[in-house]
Design a protein around this ligand. Structure first.
Ligand code: SF4
Ligand code: SF4
Length: 348
């Protein structure tokens, strides 16, 4: 990993240079919640001033720029006793500025499933390869538990990652692209003092996290507590709305359907994100539903996050961003469920 020191004015100039040629997406303040909390969203920006790099979190993750809620996979048309098919991938370069470490870690997890598995998704790959990521370090956000999962730091998966040292940024470079970007502006070598300031800034950030959740036992506990009343208690609250999965930066379940014109002359194959919390998620041909109960669906969502993914990739799928907790109208949240599982409950 290479490190450079980037002045704040130079960073601004870099973003302005990028804006001149590319779509730039970043955290933009869009509203204020009832409790006074600012609401941010990753949106295309027109100027550096639109970016609010001091944001705490966004309600919706940046997953949508890699795995949109709905996308057309292919379109076909019959004409003159022949047919044609169109398949297109996004090739336009995009820059995302201001991703936090947990969200970059989330992309690394999506990469494992969508970019490196036996059947990589060319749609995902096209977006991932054509997106420049400039991440930024930040203090803990409320409801987040990334430190418990080790996702509060990131060492790859980005082009540049900035740590605020007050009057300048400590910039980690993780790609040729990131290196080339820094050639566009003035930077300097990181001195011993810069490195010491960076380590001190990291120490302050880590110290600001509350006590960690004990995550090591969770994968085993998931099996041991398979019939725990914890699932029923939390499941009874679940509205099966799927908001948690939609905002989650690592949930990728989807369905594919064909939409055909009434005269059968054309059609499109559409992919749409889906969620394991929705009533018919496990319904199969013939109508049998393997998970008709809310608590079972909720349980399996947590199983995928903390047991199933672990089994395949040796790490949990959850990055502890806390978005599912913030969006859930029923107050269902991973830290409380994990604490309840760790505490254990008498079976009836
Ligand atoms: S856990 Fe909360 S957000 Fe998720 S489906 Fe249930 S009610 Fe909706
Ligand atoms: S499960 Fe919740 S806390 Fe974990 S990554 Fe998804 S949204 Fe974030």
């Amino acid at each position: 990993m290479l490190f450079r020191i980037l002045g704040k004015d130079e960073f601004r100039r870099l973003v302005e240079l990028l804006l001149a040629e590319h779509e730039v997406v970043g955290p933009k303040r869009i509203d204020t919640a009832g409790d006074g909390r600012p609401i941010h969203q990753f949106l295309p920006v027109d100027s550096f001033a639109d970016l609010d790099l001091g944001y705490e979190s966004t309600d919706i993750s940046a997953k949508t720029y890699f795995l949109p809620f709905r996308e057309t996979l292919s379109a076909w048309r019959f004409r003159d006793r022949d047919w044609t098919q169109e398949i297109s991938y996004r090739r336009h370069p995009r820059v995302i500025v201001g991703l936090h470490a947990c969200d970059i870690n989330a992309l690394l997890k999506l990469d494992k499933v969508l970019a490196r598995d036996c059947f990589p998704s060319p749609y995902y790959l096209a977006r991932r390869k054509n997106t420049v990521i400039i991440g930024i370090d930040h203090p803990p956000c409320s409801g987040g538990f990334c430190h418990s999962l080790g996702t509060d730091t990131v060492t790859r998966g980005f082009d540049l990652f900035l740590t605020d040292l007050g009057d300048r940024y400590f910039a980690a470079i993780d790609s040729d692209r990131g290196f080339s970007l820094l050639q566009l502006v003035a930077t300097s070598e990181a001195t011993d003092q810069d490195s010491a300031d960076y380590l001190a800034a990291r120490k302050r950030t880590v110290a600001a996290f509350g006590p960690d959740l004990e995550m090591k036992e969770i994968p085993n506990l998931m099996d041991i507590e398979f019939d725990s009343p914890v699932w029923q208690r939390w499941g009874e609250k679940c509205l099966s709305c799927s908001s948690c999965a939609m905002v989650c930066p690592t949930c990728y379940c989807y369905g594919v359907q064909e939409e055909v014109a009434m005269d059968f002359s054309s059609g499109v194959k559409v992919k749409q994100l889906y969620s394991c919390c929705i009533f018919d998620f496990a319904t199969v041909a013939g109508g049998h539903n393997f998970r008709p109960r809310r608590e079972t669906r909720l349980k399996y969502r947590y199983y995928h996050q903390h047991r199933g993914f672990m089994e395949i990739f040796d790490e949990p799928k959850c990055v502890g961003c806390g978005r599912c907790s913030r969006v859930c109208l029923a107050g269902i949240n991973p830290p409380d469920i994990i604490r309840d599982l760790l505490a254990g409950e008498e079976r009836p």
